[in-house]
Design a protein around this ligand. Structure first.
Ligand SMILES: Cc1ncc(COP(=O)(O)O)c(C=O)c1O
Length: 256
């Protein structure tokens, strides 16, 4: 929080405009979700910065790609009211993807939602998006948009969809639990995980550790400062076995 605020302040002083992208809840690659208390602190900070710099323009873009796999019920959306009613020079945006929640990866469908403080800003935002989207992609994928509209406008389909999504969310949460419990038991250090498709393991020489794990048929992505394990992609049983294999590989690469 301290370094985020410092970097934000420095950028605002330098540029008089800041676009801050926060991937929450269920951040990729750590699985961290910004808590409600942290959101309160953040929104108070944005308000203070916006009031102290009335000519500045601040955009807070929440990348909520994984929101449907976070928390219980609607809990993951509890922070949203905190982002309304901010000063007019703060524009909160939500970037939504249908790839995860609707398991629609290949269809490339998503949305950008603006919580505009005034009608004029909403219109300006809609025009800017329409022009830049037309110029970049021509149009969104019609089949995917129609599928979402059909599901959401039919009570029966919507209920079936929510039940199916809950079922898959439950599987993911059980797999992640298995990994976390085992990691805790054997002392494998992880980044703070709350929810989501991925868990990060900080370590030295991530590429060497990932190559060694590959020889043992464990496929794990090497990040700049650690490894990314994907409970979304392997069974609960494998999630339980993985922490020991990872810990052994980290120790072997470190020569201990
Ligand atoms: C954090 C995050 N945001 C957004 C996306 C966008 O997904 P898509 O381009 O499939 O809509 C992804 C996909 O992996 C993601 O991990």
């Amino acid at each position: 929080m301290k370094s985020y605020k410092a970097a934000f302040t420095e950028l605002l002083e330098k540029q008089n405009r800041v676009l801050s992208i926060l991937n929450t809840p269920a951040h990729n690659p750590t699985g961290y979700s910004i808590s409600l208390d942290e959101w309160k602190e953040l929104t108070a900070f944005y308000t203070e910065m916006a009031k102290a710099n009335p000519d500045a323009r601040i955009i807070i873009l929440c990348d909520i790609a994984y929101i449907d796999f976070a928390g219980k019920g609607e809990d993951a959306r509890a922070f949203m009211p905190l982002l309304s009613g901010l000063p007019e020079n703060v524009l909160p945006l939500y970037a939504y993807s249908a790839s995860k929640g609707f398991t629609m990866y290949g269809l490339r469908n998503g949305a950008i939602i603006c919580v505009a403080p005034t009608e004029e800003i909403a219109e300006e935002f809609a025009a800017a998006c329409a022009y830049s989207n037309r110029g970049t992609w021509s149009n969104g994928t019609r089949g995917a948009m129609q599928t979402l509209a059909d599901i959401m406008s039919d009570d029966n389909l919507r209920d079936r969809f929510i039940a199916e999504q809950d079922f898959h969310k439950g599987i993911l949460q059980k797999r992640a639990r298995a990994f976390l419990d085992e990691a805790d038991k054997i002392g494998l250090k992880l980044c703070n995980y709350c929810d989501g498709f991925f868990i990060s393991i900080p370590c030295e020489n991530p590429k060497a550790v990932s190559d060694l794990l590959m020889e043992k048929n464990v496929f794990i992505v090497a990040l700049a400062k650690g490894l990314r394990f994907a409970p979304c992609a392997v069974s609960e049983e494998k999630c339980r076995k993985a922490p020991q294999l990872i810990l052994d590989a980290i120790k072997e690469v470190a020569g201990c």
